[in-house]
Design a protein around this ligand. Sequence first.
Ligand SMILES: [Zn+2]
Length: 499
Amino acid sequence: MMKSIPAIIITLCFGILISGCNTSDQVSSTPASSSNTPLAAPATENASAETVTPAEPLATPSPGPENPALPLSRYALSAELDYDTHVVKVDEQISYINTSDSELDELLLLIEPNSYPNGFTLGALTWENGEPISNYSLSDRELLIHLSENLLPGNAIAIIITFQLNLPNQNAPYGYTDRQTNMGDWYPYVPPYIPEEGWLVREDAFLGEHLAYDMAEFEVEIQLANSFAANGGELVLAASSIPEIDGNIYRYHHTPARNFVWTVSHLYLEQETQEGEVLVKGYSFPYHPQADGPALEETAKALTIFNELFGPYPHKALTVVEADFLDGMEYDGLIFLSHAFYDYYTGDPQSNLTIIAAHEVAHQWWYGLVGNDQALEPWLDESLATFSEIYFYETAYPDLTDWWWENRIYFHNPQGWVDSTIYEAAGFYPYRDAVYLRGVMFLGELRDLMGEEAFLEFLRAYLEQFRYRQASGDGFFNLLSEHTSADLSGMIGTYFSRR
Ligand SMILES: [Zn+2]
């Protein structure tokens, strides 16, 4: 997410990230309305409850967009949205593969919607063979399933969960407003498991992001209860990938990906452009036609620039959506840009629309392809996404590079430690200054010290080493030491408090 806009939107409300009160749901018998998506599940036909079986044999691990080195867990989701009542009924099957080196005696599902009062109602929870799962607990955002038999490394287990979501009314990536319904982080998912540490789960904070994701495969089927909103507007659906449409059912296949997000509005205007092998889709509200084309074009431009600089974008589509909330927000395959960027678009590339489009597209590499602990080491994705903006300007608008440094960085006279967590900052601006802006200053100094060629080589090596995985600060610096013999201790001491 990018939250650092000077001048125009200085009153950005980071309160949009505040979650509702936490609840602990009781099991109810609310069934989901749609049937479960059939799966080629990894367990055998006569598997008893909790039987675990080896995952499919791995493909030759030659990392690449279509061939992740790690086997992927699979999420099959079937959702029906009632746009007017803000209720979503979901059937989900998770085929989880233990890619860690540890035996697991429990399986954790993170359920972000359960942090809202009455936001999540569990219907049924069963093993793949339909046998109910009884040994579990649900508290706050965590549904913990205790396994009677350990899940060995490389083995798979499948569960089925049905639930209903009552969406919160909020201007945010998850929830509904008068203008749109956003479905970010809307389904239970298994967080990364870090050997000797456990599940990578962090508390929500008043700023920043706190989730981490494994790469996974998503099969998603979405049905709109009605094709039109109650006010008569035709509903338009945008998502992380391009659907196959069968009547009023939209089917998506999104892989390898960190997550799957979708959004619906009765107002969206839709446009698209083909950028190499990638179809870039744009969705916006009908209030500022002068901004719609540029939002799409700058997104496509950034995609091409980063593709050539860092390495290939892994999907066939990228979607940019006007958000009915302040700020931008990244998801895998889809980025949100605030309506304010469109409303105040001045027609030139010094606009926030251009800056933040580049920023959020860069997250497809630094967040999407390379994952990280967004709560404890947010600099890993945010400083690199912000630094990528300078590559965008150097390539697309070279006359504006000095302007970018001055406006984006020096104007704020940033202070603070680059490796601050989302819990340590005294507020939004101190957080942004430390993590995003001083992060950029660090990377800029590093680039100057190493030289452009070696620096870019390092970034590409970082992408290669952590593609589809979780990066870490240790991993970043260990790899860096292989790419430069310069003494970095002074520079690191200037910017980092934990090194
Ligand atoms: Zn960001």
